[in-house]
Design a protein around this ligand. Structure first.
Ligand code: UDP
Length: 329
């Protein structure tokens, strides 16, 4: 298929681009490079440098690439920042996505794979989390993604849009060859910060909250390898052939790990301890989030190939060791 990967120069998008190429698709990238890295776009893949809300530019990219399907990763994804800057998150994640959707419909591109998040559920009533749980986000990031999910449902009903929304748990890790990986500025995610602290590249890791109602008092999350996440976006494409499909899948391994588990894993793999100190809770953080991804297993045949935290952390460590300053190295 002809695939336009929006946000394809970003962390998860760049992994999906490589996998889509390997699967034989024709791939182009649209990215404004506000957070993405042009260096991550493989040679031969056309990069349209544009804002996804800029309808004429998106329409031109869709036409040039004769796009069959859009895979959209472009979003601001930082929970803490969204609490401090809710308007900015709404503008980028909701308003600009609306521009992308308008451009798609105007060009008669009616297949979309959308990056959603487990943050749309808020604090869930039960664990592990299935797709039918009520969605009551507790931070603006989750609220923006839920707003787009609602919009996509409406467009499936009224415009014949076929879409799959993947509710990611915690994306982590790097490509197996350590060629691409996580490079955010500023970095806020646990695994890269723990690795940098262990390597002495950053101050000690702050553990946000040790008084949660969890076995060791720190938050539980479901870390899932970025290549496993990416693969699901391709696995779902055959399901989008029929018009009006509205599909939702959780993507996680189903195994919860605490912040202390991550500190131990990084220490084990690097062979040196992660200096850390305990700090207050971070606003907007639920105590525990982990997936029941059996729907994706059943309907897409998807299952994570990186099954344990150590498997995932090993790839992240290899990337950070190979590229001490990320793509700037
Ligand atoms: N976390 C932490 N210290 C940090 C960054 C994150 O203790 O410097 C915790 C955070 O509170 C959460 C978990 O690590 O419980 C994962 O956070 P991250 O920001 O990586 O992903 P999120 O769950 O927000 O998507």
């Amino acid at each position: 298929m002809n695939v336009l990967v929006v946000g394809g120069a970003g962390y998860i998008g760049s992994h999906c681009v490589r996998q889509a190429l390997a699967a034989g698709h024709a791939v182009a990238v649209l990215d404004d490079l506000s957070y993405g890295h042009a260096e991550s776009v493989p040679p031969g893949v056309e990069l349209f440098r544009a804002d996804m809300g800029d309808e004429p530019s998106v329409r031109a990219a869709l036409r040039t690439g004769r796009t069959d399907v859009v895979i959209d990763f472009a979003a601001f994804t930082n929970v803490g920042e969204s609490v401090r800057q809710p308007e900015r998150y709404h503008e980028n994640n909701v308003v600009r996505t609306e521009g992308l959707l308008r451009a798609m419909l105007a060009e008669d591109v009616r297949k979309l794979v959308f990056s959603s998040t487990c943050a749309t559920y808020g604090i869930p009533d039960r664990m592990p989390m299935t797709e039918d749980l009520p969605q009551r986000p507790i931070n603006p990031y989750g609220a923006t993604k839920l707003a787009v999910e609602h919009r996509l449902r409406a467009l499936a009903a009224t415009e014949g849009l076929s879409f799959a929304a993947f509710r990611y748990f915690n994306a982590a890790g790097a490509s197996a060859d350590a060629a691409i990986g996580e490079d955010h500025a500023p970095e806020t995610h646990l695994i890269p910060l723990a690795i940098a602290a262990a390597l002495g590249r950053r101050p000690p890791l702050q553990v946000f909250g040790a008084d949660y109602p969890t076995p060791d008092g720190t938050c539980l999350r479901d870390y899932v390898h970025v290549d496993d996440l990416s693969r699901a976006h391709l696995d779902v494409l055959p399901k989008l052939e029929a018009p009006g499909q509205a599909l939702f899948y959780n993507l996680g391994t189903g195994t919860p790990y605490s912040v202390k588990d991550v500190i131990a894993s990084v220490g084990r793999i690097l062979g040196r301890p992660v200096p850390h100190e305990f700090a207050p809770r971070r606003e907007g953080d639920p105590p525990a989030l982990y997936a029941d991804a059996s729907k994706a297993r059943r309907e897409l045949g998807w299952s994570p190939r990186y099954a344990t935290l150590d498997d995932i952390v090993r790839t992240a460590c290899a990337w950070h060791l190979a590229r001490p300053a990320g793509f700037a190295s």
